[in-house]
Design a protein around this ligand. Structure first.
Ligand code: HH2
Length: 290
C-alpha cells in the first residue's frame, strides 16, 4: 500500500532522517510508583510538575506522561487509577506552561480520550492500537499524532525467551501492517510516528540489531522514535546496574540512532541527550538544532 502523507512538519514523513528537521527530545514524565528507573519520584502532582518544568527547561519539545509502568513483569493498572495519576499532572503542566506539547503514554482509549480533552496532542500507544479496540477511532476522531510501537507479547511476560528469525524484518513488517490498520481506521498517515520498541520482547542482541539497522525502519517513510533511555540492555553491556547511572550508554544510542535516521528520542535525561544531538547534528550536516 502507498501512503499519502499530507502533513509537512514537524515530524512529517518527508522529515525523516538526519537531513530533515532538528531531532526532537521527548522528556519522560512517569507518574507511577513503580517505573523501572524513577518509580515513585514524581507521583505527586507537585513533584510531577516540578520535574516536567525541569525537562522543558532542559530542551524537551514533548513531554510523555505515563501512569502505568510497562517494565518487564509489570502488572496492568486499572484505567481509573491511571487517569487519577496522569490527568492532574497534565492539567498542572498546561496551566503552568500553556502550549506544551504533551504525549499520553497509554493503551487505554478512555485514558487517551481524557488526556486529549485535557490538552495532550500525541497518543503514545505501546500496543500500536491492539490493546483497546476503541483506540484507533479515538485517535482518528481527535486528529492527533500517534506513536505505533512494536512489542512482542505483553509486559508481564515479554522478556521470557523472545525469538525472531530476523528481528528487523519482523518489526518492520509489523509496523507496516499497523500503519495499514491505522490508515484504514481513518488516521492521517502524516500523523503517524513509528517506534521499534527497544526492550519490549527483545534480547540484548535484538535491541542492538534494531539500532544497527534502524535505517531499514526509517525507510518506511515515517518519523521514527526510539526509547533506549536507561534500559537494561545498556546495563548489560556496561555493567551499570543502577538505571539512573546508564546515561553515558544512553547517549551513545541516541547519537547512533540519530545518525541512522531516528528523529524523536524518548529520554529521562534531556540535557545530556540534547547536547549530544546538537554536536552530532553539527558534525553530520553542519547545522545546529533548535
Ligand atoms: N519505553 C517505555 C515506556 N513507554 N513508549 C515508547 N513509544 N517507546 C518506548 O521505548 C517506551 C515507551 C519504558 O520506559 P519508562 O517509561 O522509563 O519505564 P516504565 O515503563 O517502567 O514506566
Amino acid at each position: 500500500m502507498v501512503w499519502q502523507v499530507t502533513r509537512e512538519a514537524p515530524g512529517g514523513a518527508g522529515e525523516c532522517g538526519v537531513s530533515g528537521s532538528s531531532p526532537r527530545l521527548m522528556g519522560i514524565l512517569n507518574v507511577t510508583p513503580d517505573s523501572f528507573s524513577d518509580g515513585g519520584e514524581f507521583f505527586s502532582v507537585e513533584s510531577a510538575l516540578e520535574h516536567a518544568l525541569a525537562l522543558l527547561d532542559e530542551g524537551a519539545e514533548i513531554l510523555d506522561v505515563g501512569g502505568e509502568s510497562t517494565r518487564p513483569g509489570a502488572e496492568p493498572v486499572p484505567q481509573e487509577e491511571e487517569q487519577r495519576r496522569v490527568l492532574p499532572a497534565i492539567r498542572a503542566v498546561l496551566d503552568a506552561r500553556p502550549g506544551t506539547k504533551i504525549s499520553i503514554d497509554t493503551y487505554h482509549a478512555q485514558t487517551a480520550e481524557a488526556a486529549l480533552e485535557e490538552g495532550a496532542s500525541i497518543v503514545n500507544d505501546v500496543t500500536a492500537l491492539r490493546g483497546d479496540e476503541r483506540m484507533a477511532s479515538v485517535v482518528a476522531g481527535a486528529g492527533c499524532e500517534v506513536v505505533l510501537m512494536h512489542m512482542l507479547g505483553e509486559p508481564r511476560t515479554m522478556q521470557r525467551d523472545p525469538r525472531y528469525e530476523d528481528v528487523v524484518r519482523e518489526v518492520r513488517d509489523f509496523l507496516r501492517e499497523r500503519v495499514d490498520y491505522a490508515v484504514g481506521c481513518g488516521i492521517d498517515p502524516g500523523r503517524i510516528i513509528l517506534d521499534p520498541g527497544v526492550g519490549f520482547g527483545k534480547t540484548v542482541e535484538h535491541n542492538l540489531e534494531l539500532l544497527r539497522r534502524l535505517d531499514e525502519i526509517c525507510e518506511l517513510g515515517f518519523p521514527v522514535l526510539v526509547g533506549t533511555s536507561r534500559k537494561r540492555f545498556i546495563g548489560t553491556i556496561t555493567g551499570v546496574q543502577t538505571p539512573k547511572e546508564r546515561l553515558f550508554g544512553t547517549v551513545a544510542t541516541t547519537v547512533l540512532a540519530y545518525e541512522r535516521g531516528a528523529s524523536i528520542f524518548r529520554v529521562h535525561d534531556v540535557r545530556a541527550n540534547r547536547e549530544a544531538l546538537d554536536v552530532a547534528r553539527m558534525l553530520l550536516i553542519g547545522e545546529r538544532g533548535g
